[in-house]
Design a protein around this ligand. Sequence first.
Ligand SMILES: [Zn+2]
Ligand SMILES: [Zn+2]
Length: 344
Amino acid sequence: MKAIRISGIGERLTQTHIAIPIPAAGEVLVAVRAAGICHSDAHYRSGIGSLRQLPITPGHEVAGIVESVGAGVSRERVGERVCLHYLVTCGKCSYCRGNIGQFCPDVAMIGKDRDGGYAEYICVPEQNAFTLPDEIPFTHAAVMMCSFATALHALRKARFAEGESVAIFGAGGLGTAAIALSAAMGASSIIAIDNIGAKVKAARSMGAIGIDASDTDVVEAVMDSTDGRGIDVALEFVGLPITSEQAVRSLGVQGRAAMVGLASAPTPLDMYRDLIGKEREVIGVSDHLPEEIDELLALVQQGRLDIAPVISNTVPLDETAVNKVFEEFDSYSGKGIRTVITIE
Ligand SMILES: [Zn+2]
Ligand SMILES: [Zn+2]
């Protein structure tokens, strides 16, 4: 089968032919129909978030059709449309039993610790394959598996409540998903901050107040938009020290900043000025929970959440096209929101 893989840290992705994997006991083999290209994939290629093996097939936003099943899995699943939860866990440890499987000592992420979706086929445990309703396209399901699921988890971790205001730092895949979700969940106002004009414009077209960080004092602009009170919930999706600091300093009294972007450098915070004096909170957000996938599928089925605005482009499973998206991520120059690899 065709696969686009990371062969070495910092190297261009390479297109290769490898054997179609054989599903082990309890696993399903899925013919990939859509795989989102996430900024994290470019981070893994650069060496941020260490990869457990090389070469590896990246891709953790995956949807497709069950092609075959391993021992112990019902044959009835063959032909089922599915989307894949990207964390494979033991299911038995205290973290798994406590429904926080992302901290399982044996956790393996598809596309990082085991082969992911930039390929024609992928194997996962059958419990990772969620039934995808017919009315949800594969491309939509793919981006729900990371961008939307993680944005939902961030809102939950920040204890977002209906009627609160939300500021979103970074209007890329996750940020745009967060705009759509915050609106669906009843945010009183949504501010989106990015330094790329096209992304600010896209955020505005989704109903957010757009702030262009390239020509504005971001914290001042957020304060102006909230009558000087500051924001209730800030979601940080960029991972740069500057945006992390802005997220915290934009908060109002008892505001919560959920940090999601994979940071590559420390953020200087003044404990009194930035946190204590206003009882602000900084919250780390890692991945998401399987139950949040069910919640998202339900929101889309009920017509409350539209995934389409997040997908800006589709490309075939092709080395040149995928490398171009990675280059845009590395230079933070991409004008699109989320590119999805599609396989007919
Ligand atoms: Zn991702
Ligand atoms: Zn476990």
